[in-house]
Write a protein that binds this ligand. Structure first.
Ligand code: 0A1
Ligand code: ZN
Length: 881
């Protein structure tokens, strides 16, 4: 474990390396406890480097076996090797020389899941961000690009499959027990994209012919017996390859593309060149074991990793501060892919929900950081919703500002100009400035300023003059390390809706920049006046959620209802409805906390009923409208002195009131949505299931009976319906014999399947109320649970601490102490996982006093520990700061 050195890395300190490594040859003798790695590096002095300048290479927990310079064993005084550094002091004065570095590593004891490790006996690697230095000494940074040739040697029976990046070159026998394979990747790449896999795996094969005629062999490798569950992933891969050609003109560039699914993985997946390694959660699916959400997740992650081949691999990042260069852009690309494959508005609403529930709280708390951070202590802690999701929103805004044609032109220029390079955000922005002739300097603040802008909107209609004015004001709260904020360029897509429900067209606009349905707010406050409007319009702002801001519009309730029922933009319609529900719920929670009653106006119930019944609308959209803001969403809106119990009570009451009002209609609708014919994971069918399942929740609340859910659970022929029924049973009727029976049946059927058991753990982790902590503790002793497996830990403890506000925020603070104990137990083994788990406490300051004090005590206990990983130390100290 890397422990805290107190070192802070700064963007302003960036310097290129004095040497380049044009060629990297790696030879792996794989063995479970003693793997020998022989690296032969061709080193080239960069122009401007003084001959003889010492060469410093990164390491992490390495053991050097031997070192040779230009083939001659290095003398003891010519270098210094520690586990985390190799310093060559006597550097040859020639421009080029070779280094032969032999290291010994132990894949079996490597439980950090970084570097070379074993997952269910399969050797695999994870090198992003700084895992390659756990394999050999190297310039382990993204701006050192090298051509790799890799030889793998392993026991033939234990590891019949030997994979690395690039194309296969050769394979054969070493002796009666061992075999080898050689791979060559012609595309220069940084070390974080290196990968190998060796083991015994099942495979699904297919192929794809690129538009220029290259035949690509595709293979997905999974645990034996699970091949049938990889077919959807293969289909998603082929669709991704075709889409990237059509939409971005990007073709695949090797003869093979391999994907390997492993069960121990810290993140979702990894885009290693030609050899993507996946958390098996994002590969394996069939109707019996995967929900519609799982299918959509697989499609998105397969696409995301594939799209990295151009945005990330062919053009990589100069340094880790530029992480959003590849991540924000690739998320934007995978969002667009899913929107094209499914329903665009439904996909967009889902994105906005994720952004608001994950990124907005990050931006509003102690872990807030710019999309492009300027400093970090541990880069692993910056794979965040801000870098990924807000990073994608920033790209989307560029698209909005310059339009689709210029955006595509800019992307083409980006690929042309920077292919084979390690680029920066400045390079990226410049291509769009160049193709559009626009000045992007103010826009660039989106990369630099942390925090979610608050956008206040006020309106005035002058009947006599027939003008309508919109005054917009932006503000940005202070965030860690950024005491001064500047106004940003905010593109606000909008419409002015007339009494007939259609958009009105003003004769002129004065006061600021407005074109093609977008208001461009540039200053702190601006008033835009629309002329020639014979009636007062209802303003629809932020259509398509055109900027990641917190909109506070001074609309009357009737205007909000009008928008919720009439806006031609479904995203804005959903936002209007969401705003209405949020107001009722925040007010309700306030009242309940004061011991008063909660007011629910009839019109609020009515819109829910009208939208549910509107068969002209996509069922998936109706489902999104009916799923009320989550407890966390309401807490974020309240912002301070948060009482999770009052929030849950308010939410329960609103759902009960809607259910009571529409019980009969909902029951008929539920019935009418019953699946006809065989299961299909397509978006239409999934939408019907999601509407039906939310109705099940409403109906069960109204009936106050688990019967309908128990029946659905027993008769479901797919995991989506089964899991939805189980959730209702456990979360609404926890402890009932129906809930206990369903849990037992589920466990009996799927007990051997870790991925499916994750659902079983998470559904129990979500049971509301303080008593659930005891059950969670007991579940950590369940045979299917293991602190070593990130998926298990996240499904039980991650879900509990991040998504069960009433369970986690017990007034006595016992759950905070439990999380602290768990995090401390995991840290020595897997620091990345420990640090990420603790981020669940990032909003502790907004809790009411009693809970806040308990949360602080738990955080302080962690911070007081002598020995913490850099990852955990960084998170705990920033959370407390
Ligand atoms: N680049 C991957 C995500 C990833 C990041 C870090 C990892 O280990 C610390 C692993 C994967 C992606 O964006 O999919
Ligand atoms: Zn990515």
């Amino acid at each position: 474990m890397r422990t805290e050195t107190g070192q802070t890395f700064r963007l302003s300190d960036y310097r290129p390396t004095p040497y380049a490594i044009p060629e990297t040859r790696l030879d792996f003798r794989l063995a479970p406890e003693r793997t020998i790695v022989h690296a032969r590096l061709t080193i080239e002095r960069r122009p401007g480097t003084e001959p003889g300048t010492p060469l410093l290479l990164d390491g992490d927990e390495l053991k050097l076996i031997s070192l040779a310079i230009n083939g001659i064993p290095a003398g003891n005084n010519s270098y210094r090797a520690t586990p985390d550094l190799l310093e060559i002091r006597d550097v040859p004065s020639a421009e080029r020389f070779t280094l032969d570095i032999v290291t010994e590593i132990n894949p079996t004891t490597n439980r950090q899941l970084s570097g070379l490790y074993r997952s269910s006996d399969v050797y695999c690697t994870q090198c992003e961000a700084e895992g390659f230095r756990r394999i050999t000494y190297y310039y382990d940074r993204p701006d050192v690009l090298s051509v790799y040739t890799v030889r793998l040697e392993a026991d033939r029976l234990a590891a019949p499959i030997l994979l690395s990046n690039g194309n296969p070159v050769e394979h054969g026998e070493v002796d009666s027990a061992r075999h080898y394979a050689i791979w060559h990747d012609p595309h220069p790449k940084p070390s974080y994209l290196f990968a190998l896999v060796a083991g015994s795996l099942g495979v699904v094969k297919d192929h794809f012919t690129t538009r220029s005629g290259r035949l690509v062999d595709l293979a997905i490798h999974v645990e034996h017996g699970k091949e049938g569950r990889a077919l959807y992933a293969m289909d998603a891969l082929k669709r991704s390859m075709a889409w990237d050609e059509k939409r971005f003109g990007r073709e695949y560039d090797l003869d093979v593309f391999n994907i390997v699914a492993v069960s121990d993985f810290n993140m979702g997946a990894m885009e290693n060149k030609g050899l993507n390694i996946f958390n098996d959660k994002y590969v394996l699916a069939d109707p019996e074991t995967a929900t519609d959400t799982d299918y959509a997740g697989i499609e998105a992650v397969i696409a995301h990793e594939y799209f990295h081949n151009w945005t990330g691999n062919r053009i990589t990042c100069r340094d880790w501060f530029q992480l959003c260069l590849k991540e924000g852009l690739t998320v934007y690309r995978d969002h667009e892919f899913s929107a094209d494959q499914r329903s665009r508005p439904v996909k967009r609403i889902a994105e906005v929900k994720i952004l608001k529930s994950q990124q907005f709280p990050e931006d509003a708390g102690p872990l807030a950081h710019p999309v492009r951070p300027r400093e970090y202590r541990e880069i692993n802690n910056f794979y965040t919703a801000t870098v990924y999701e807000k990073g994608s929103e920033v790209v989307r805004m560029i698209h909005t500002i310059i339009g689709p044609e210029l955006f595509r032109k800019g992307m083409d220029l980006y690929f042309e100009r920077h292919d084979g390079e390690a680029a920066t955000i400045e390079d990226f922005i410049k291509v769009f400035a160049d193709v559009s002739g626009k000045d992007f300097s103010q826009f660039a603040l989106w990369y630099d300023q942390a925090g979610t802008p608050k956008l206040e909107a006020d309106f005035a209609y002058d009947e006599k003059a027939q003008t309508y004015s919109i005054t917009l004001k932006q503000s940005l709260a202070l965030t860690p390390g950024q005491p001064h904020k500047k106004p940003m360029l905010i593109p606000i897509a909008f419409g002015l809706i007339g009494p007939d429900g259609k958009d009105m067209v003003p004769s002129a606009v004065t006061g600021g920049e407005v074109h093609d349905g977008v208001i461009y707010l540039q200053r702190e406050s601006e008033t835009f006046t629309f002329h020639g409007l014979a009636a007062r319009p209802v303003p629809s702002l932020l259509r398509g959620f055109s900027a990641p801001v917190n909109l506070v519009a001074s609309l009357s309730t009737s205007e909000q209802i009008f928008l919720a029922l009439n806006d031609s933009d479904p995203v804005a319609r959903w936002q209007a409805l969401n705003m209405i529900f949020t107001q009722v719920l925040t007010e309700g929670a306030r009242h309940l906390r004061l011991g008063k009653d909660m007011q629910i106006d009839d019109h609020v119930l009515e819109i829910a009923g009208r939208i549910a019944a509107d068969t002209t609308l996509d069922p998936a959209f109706r489902a999104l409208c009916l799923s009320l803001p989550s407890e966390n969403d309401i807490a974020r809106e309240i912002g301070e002195n948060v009482d999770p119990d009052a929030i849950l009570a308010a939410r329960d009451r609103l759902m009960a009131a809607i259910a009571a009002r529409y019980a009969d209609d909902f029951a008929a609708l539920y019935q009418s949505l019953t699946q006809q014919g065989p299961f299909s994971p397509d978006a239409q069918s999934a939408g019907r299931r999601s509407l039906r399942n939310i109705l099940l929740d409403y109906l069960s609340r109204h009936a106050m009976s688990p019967d309908r859910a128990a029946h659905q659970f027993a008769t479901a022929n797919n995991m989506t319906d089964r899991f939805a029924a189980l959730s209702v049973l456990v979360q609404r009727f926890g402890g009932s014999h129906e809930a206990r029976n369903a849990l037992a049946t589920f466990e009996q059927r799927f007990g051997e399947d870790g991925l499916v058991m994750d659902k079983w753990f998470s559904v129990q982790a979500m049971q509301p109320g303080p008593e659930v902590l005891a059950a969670i503790k007991a579940l950590t002793r369940h045979p299917a649970f293991s602190l070593d497996n990130p998926n298990r830990v996240r499904s039980l403890i991650g879900t509990f601490s991040a998504n069960n506000p009433t369970g986690f925020n017990r007034v006595d603070g016992a759950a905070y102490e439990f999380l602290a104990d768990t995090v401390l137990a995991i840290d020595p083994e897997n620091p990345q996982l420990a640090a990420r788990l603790l981020t669940a406490m990032r909003s502790w300051r907004s809790l009411e006093n009693q809970r806040r004090e308990k949360a602080k005590a738990a955080l302080q206990r962690i911070a007081a520990m002598q020995k913490l990983s850099t990852d955990l130390r960084d998170i705990v100290e920033r959370t407390l700061a």
